[in-house]
Design a protein around this ligand. Structure first.
Ligand code: NAD
Ligand code: LMR
Length: 335
């Protein structure tokens, strides 16, 4: 009798298994819930730890009924945070407030900086070896905040701290694929810089498969990719920002991290990381992931830029530098 299993589950059963533990902090939120679902579907996950300040019990009970291997555990409030983090391989942080129309990501700084600081302190105390994926905005500042907290705790490993910019790549791939009538799954556009406004720099000249764009197309596509977050914020009209596409992108980054931890070769993703590619201390680019985190920060994409891209790269540096410095100063002010 054929078994009544979805194709995804059947094909997962044929793949090699591993047993990684993943924690999501902010798991009851707009991103946290669909992200929890997508991680629950991964054959590489043995344990999914869901943490939030409220409403996480119901999310965990719901997800735990899906017949995929990962065990789902829930943790509510600061007193349960340490237990959530012990023994975890990857920590994903989408905790914090989202934008409403008219706001910039930097307008979230006052609330989200403190949330990220507190959560990363707990990560430093309980799972300092974990890969840390920061989703909470403004990413250009929250990643430097996380780095300073980890430094203060004496456990900073720049190879394992990541600002999640995968959504910028997902959007770039989608928009370019649509514009050029390409098979979407084949399109790969590196996106460098940071994750806000003009700091998001899609390198369209490095698109794979190789495609040519008119100057007008480059201008339109670049602007659409840079404003895609705002496009969703405005469409949601006060109900928040991107959650479903963000969960899709974050799940891709988690899955890549797990493949790397599992010892697989040739795992590449774009991410906002400590970097020497430019004079800025943090910069998003492609990175090669391995068992110990970042194996290489890829510089190739920054060679042979078009004049448009080279100018845009210079133009983004002042804003990105200020956002990084704002994050660093926040942690030092509190010390
Ligand atoms: P949301 O309000 O729906 O969910 C946030 C969750 O965080 C809530 O469940 C809330 O209870 C929880 N939370 C708040 N304080 C917390 C704390 N101290 N500890 C643990 N959890 C806490 O928001 P959302 O739509 O899920 O967005 C979350 C964040 O992700 C926002 O800052 C948003 O700007 C950001 N974001 C980033 C990207 C990106 O590309 N990096 C994309 C989309 C959204
Ligand atoms: C996004 O790019 O969708 C996120 O950074 C959320 C936002 O505020 O735009």
């Amino acid at each position: 009798v054929p078994k009544c299993l979805p194709k995804q589950v059947l094909s997962n059963q044929l793949q090699p298994r591993a047993s990684f533990k993943v924690a999501v902090l902010g798991a009851a939120g707009g991103i946290g819930q669909p992200l929890g679902l997508l991680i629950k579907m991964s054959p590489l996950v043995s344990s999914l730890h869901l943490y939030d300040i409220a409403n996480v019990k119901g999310v965990a009970a719901d997800l735990s009924h899906c017949n995929s291997p990962a065990q789902v555990l829930d943790f509510t409030g600061q007193s349960e945070l340490a237990n959530c983090l012990k023994g975890v391989d990857v920590v994903v942080i989408p905790a914090g407030v989202p934008r409403k129309p008219g706001m910039t990501r930097d307008d979230l700084f006052n609330i989200n900086a403190g949330i990220v600081k507190t959560l990363v302190e707990a990560v430093a105390d309980n799972c300092p070896d974990a890969f840390i994926h920061i989703i909470s905005n403004p990413v250009n500042s929250t990643v430097p905040i996380a780095a300073e907290v980890l430094k203060q705790k004496g456990v900073y490993n720049p190879k394992k701290l990541f600002g999640v910019t995968t959504l910028d790549v997902v959007r770039a791939n989608t928009f370019v694929g649509q514009k050029k009538n390409l098979k979407i799954v084949d399109v790969d556009v590196p996106v460098v810089g940071g994750h806000a406004g003009i700091t998001i720099l899609p390198l369209l000249s490095k698109t794979s498969p190789s495609v040519t764009f008119t100057d007008e197309e480059v201008g339109e596509l670049t602007e659409r990719i840079q404003n895609a977050g705002t496009e969703v914020v405005e469409a949601k009209a006060g109900a928040g920002s991107a959650t479903l596409s963000m969960a899709y992108a974050a799940a891709q980054f988690v899955e890549s991290s797990l493949h790397a931890l599992n010892g697989e070769e040739d795992v590449y993703e774009c991410s906002f990381v400590q970097s020497e590619l430019t004079e800025l201390p943090f910069f998003a680019s492609r990175v090669k992931l391995g068992k110990k985190g970042i194996e290489a920060v890829i510089s190739d994409d920054l060679h042979g830029l078009t004049e448009y891209e080279a100018k845009a790269l210079e133009a983004l540096k002042a804003e990105l530098k200020a956002s990084i410095e704002k994050g660093v100063a926040f942690v030092h002010k509190q010390a």
